[in-house]
Design a protein around this ligand. Sequence first.
Ligand SMILES: NCc1[nH]cc(CCC(=O)O)c1CC(=O)O
Length: 283
Amino acid sequence: MVQTQLVAKMLKDRYPDLTIEIVKISTKGDEILHKAIKDVGSKGVFVKEIEQALLDGKIDLAVHSMKDMPGEVTPGLCFVDPPRGEDPRDVLITRDNKPLKKDGAYKIGTGSLRRALQLKRLYPNCQTLPIRGNIETRMGKIQSENLDGVVLAYAGLIRAGYQDRVQHIFSEDELIPAPCQGILALQVREDDREIQDLLKPLAHEKTTLRYQMQRAFQKTLNGGCQSPMGISSRIDDQRVYLRACFGNEDGSVFCQKDLEGPLEDGVQLAQDLAQALKEEVYD
Ligand SMILES: NCc1[nH]cc(CCC(=O)O)c1CC(=O)O
């Protein structure tokens, strides 16, 4: 809802006369909170109901987190180039805002295998426990489940106004973010030129480049599946520096690789990096 209000404001600022109605739609991923994501359903547990409303013409624009979007596109729907993304990094929130020591035997909440595996590299003695729910619920688990901390996306916390709760921001080298973390997905009907034209001025160039590379990476790895994967793409002086990780579904194999090259080859490089990781994990 916060993300949708943000996009509504972007549109209102650009088109003061536009009438916007926000339609609240709950998804399976929001409703079923006692199960891990991988057990809630197949792909797209946070998006299916919203996509159906779009296909049915009940809404004309859907706002999602791009990182929740399955690799394969839903027929009849497409994305427009995204607006400026929020910070892609993951953060740590701790009990009483205490810093964690490298060798501590902590209990940390996260339902994400990508986060859990990378966290164990940083804090070898820590134990991770699955948590689900919206931001407030997950932060509340520190008290209710007696945890030492939880790992969340910085983007969501910033948008919801909880920056001050952050104890540590993981650099993208410490903890590689999920593909397209912090980027909004603006999804429309493929044949709706009117709304596509309306949304064009909202596009942000650097975010669009990051989206294209990271989405290509995710798709090559059969994105949306439950395997842990992450990618960071640093752009500097027309070059791109990719760092990515990928593992099998139970996390018993987890690999990391770097690749760099000219920015104009970014999508190809991201696909090559995904392919190399796939071979390393499954061979
Ligand atoms: N459903 C998981 C999810 N999808 C998007 C975000 C927020 C960050 C983003 O916008 O990428 C989150 C929560 C989290 O990872 O803590």
